[in-house]
Design a protein around this ligand. Structure first.
Ligand SMILES: Cc1cc2nc3c(=O)[nH]c(=O)nc-3n(C[C@H](O)[C@H](O)[C@H](O)COP(=O)(O)O)c2cc1C
Length: 196
């Protein structure tokens, strides 16, 4: 916050540590952090509380991947635990939840389960942001159906530094170069031109 950022997003997604604690397919602990749903949510709750103490609840968000299967979290039963997460984070006053849920025909991760976002949105009072495989039309449809308050874009932003302007103008989108993902240096990240 001293560096001037507007807020902090706790990364509880993609099969990383916090996600591993949430899932019954990866969390085999028999202490206060394993077993029941309440126990599996405890680490995320405590981390989020610690961030809130510094950033404030209104500037704290959490990223989740409920229907994700990344890094071996595929065997869990995500529905009940992620609804519990939403209720817990609601009670803490967290500003936003970002749900990265690839569709079943997703182009960057595909899930064998439909998104859990509808149930999670009902259990969360803050802003719900959806992500994965959205373009302008699908995003507008999701907002108009009240499936989300906002949509987050990943790959389209890599290749289109002026993405909001292109959406507004109905301009064509440049394609990003996947071979340059996760490479070092500016190529493939900072060398996509904006529209003239
Ligand atoms: C090059 C690249 C790097 C990414 N790095 C991260 C990351 O560090 N953490 C993360 O949560 N997601 C990461 N993602 C995933 C994106 O945040 C996003 O969830 C994903 O691209 C799906 O959204 P999209 O369909 O709008 O691209 C990365 C994606 C790409 C293409």
């Amino acid at each position: 916050m001293r560096a001037g950022f507007d807020g902090v997003q706790v990364h509880a997604a993609n099969g990383y540590l916090i996600d591993e604690f949430l899932r019954d397919g990866t969390n085999f602990r028999d202490d206060a952090y394993g077993g029941s749903i309440e126990n599996r949510v405890r680490l995320l709750k405590e981390i989020t509380q610690a961030v809130i103490e510094i950033a404030g609840a209104g500037r704290t968000g959490v990223r989740l991947t409920p229907n994700g299967t990344d890094q071996g979290v595929r065997y869990s039963d995500p529905g009940p635990v992620f609804v519990a997460v939403a209720r817990t984070l609601s009670a803490l006053g967290v500003a936003h939840l970002e749900l990265r849920e690839p569709p079943m025909n997703g182009t960057f991760g595909a899930s064998d389960r439909p998104p859990f976002a509808p149930a999670i949105r009902k259990a969360f009072v803050g802003v719900t942001i959806l992500n994965s495989d959205y373009g302008p039309d699908r995003a507008a449809a999701a907002i108009s159906r009240d499936e989300a308050d906002a949509i987050a874009f990943g790959r389209p932003f890599i290749a289109n530094p002026d993405l909001p302007q292109r959406f507004s103008a109905g301009a064509p989108l440049a394609a990003d170069k996947g071979v340059l993902w996760f490479t070092q240096g500016p190529e493939g990240y900072l060398d996509y031109p904006a529209l003239a």
